[in-house]
Ligand binder design. Structure first.
Ligand code: ATP
Length: 359
């Protein structure tokens, strides 16, 4: 079974610790995406799983076997890089078969694997071409094909779509999802693009500065983020954050007052301890959770700066009376024509000053 387990994995480059004790349990056949901003350590984690970087502390097991000291070639993994890393002087067919030929794999078996990979990736008609004569998307398919022919236990992808244009990225994203279904293999995928993470993953690992902020299924992270960072990172346009303070408590929960707007009060039921009256908090509202006036807990008057029409939906870029920027989602048919509009907050999240979710 191609499980991948990271236990307290630490990475130091010299005196700098860049991964601070990561614990991740990846199931057989699972598609897990590591996502986070530049420099958060996601590539380093992937490279440690691949064996391309040493581990400074902790343990990595693949298929239940400790691999800390196992060579990359013996880990049962295959990695696909952003840069494709194809041999320019070889044909597609030679690129695909090269690794297997080098290990002395029987020719008939190599031919069978190459043919199958080419069929899966729909590149059979390109077998005689050199990489130079391929489009970016075709090159990336060949790079993925080279991983498939190795029949690895685990596929590792390091930002494989970063060099493609927007349309091709979407197309290849769907292809990678299809590939995962077809092969049923364990896949670990690194990206800084939250849309890629949301659409591809069975589970997402959100990283920041070498720490795991949250691990969960895409919609669980979206609906139920643990902290301000995850709330802001998952979702596009991102969650709106509005400064507020605790104004009191009533039977239904804490009463929160938005900054500079005495009458805009939100009531949040909290299972945990409520912060003291007067403490500063942050109210998070997703663009789609603003309703029309009177539809929610509280009404907020906003001034609209820009309206973006995307077809079925539109985004209103607006400011609260307190000068905070907010993005509001509306059905195209319901876009207001006035420059000022009253909206209500239908659903919100509450975070303390340190960014931890209050619930
Ligand atoms: P990006 O999306 O920009 O690739 P990342 O999340 O993949 O970022 P890593 O490449 O894993 O981040 O880097 C994590 C941290 O480790 C960064 O601060 C980086 O500067 C540092 N780092 C990476 N490789 C080395 C190295 N060989 N020597 C020293 N520091 C390194």
């Amino acid at each position: 079974m191609a499980t991948v387990t990271l236990s307290n994995v630490v990475k130091r480059f010299g005196v700098f610790e860049v991964v601070h004790g990561a614990n991740i349990d990846i199931k057989h056949g699972e598609f897990v995406v590591f996502v986070g901003p530049s420099g958060c350590g996601k590539s380093t984690l992937l490279r440690m799983i691949a064996g391309l970087e040493d581990i400074s502390g902790g343990e990595i097991a693949i298929g239940g076997k400790l691999v800390n000291d196992v060579e990359p070639a013996d880990r049962g993994i295959a990695m696909v890089f952003q840069s494709y890393a194809l041999y320019p002087h070889m044909s597609v067919e030679q690129n695909l078969s090269f690794g297997l030929r080098m290990t002395g794999n029987p020719k008939a078996d190599t031919d069978r694997r190459v043919k199958r990979a080419a069929e899966i990736l729909r590149i059979s008609e390109l077998m005689d071409r050199r990489p130079k004569k391929l489009s970016g998307g075709q090159r990336q398919r060949v790079a993925i094909g080279r991983a498939i022919v190795r029949e690895p236990q685990v596929f590792l992808f390091d930002e494989p779509l970063s060099n493609l244009d927007a349309e091709l990225r979407v197309q290849m994203r769907v292809e990678i999802s299809r590939l995962h279904k077809e092969l049923g293999a364990t896949m670990i995928y690194v990206t800084h693009d939250q849309t890629e993470a949301m659409t591809l993953a069975d589970r997402i690992v959100v990283l920041r500065a070498g720490h795991i902020e949250q691990i969960g299924r895409p919609l669980d992270l979206y609906d139920d983020p643990d902290n301000l960072f995850v709330a802001g990172f998952v979702g596009s346009p991102k969650m709106n954050f509005i400064k507020a303070q605790i104004a009191g408590h009533d039977a239904r929960g804490v009463v929160v007052e938005l900054a500079g707007q005495e009458k805009t009060r939100i009531i949040q039921p909290l299972a945990g301890a409520a912060p003291e009256v007067g403490s500063q908090v942050i109210v998070g509202v997703r663009p789609e959770h603003f309703g029309g006036a009177g539809e929610g807990d509280t009404d907020v008057v906003v001034a609209i700066d820009v309206v973006e029409h995307l077809g079925g939906t539109s985004f209103l870029y607006a400011r609260t009376a307190h000068g905070e920027d907010v993005v509001i989602q509306r059905d195209a048919a319901k876009v207001p024509t006035t420059s000022e509009v009253t909206v209500s907050i239908r659903k919100s999240y509450l975070f303390d000053e340190k960014g931890l979710r209050l619930r």
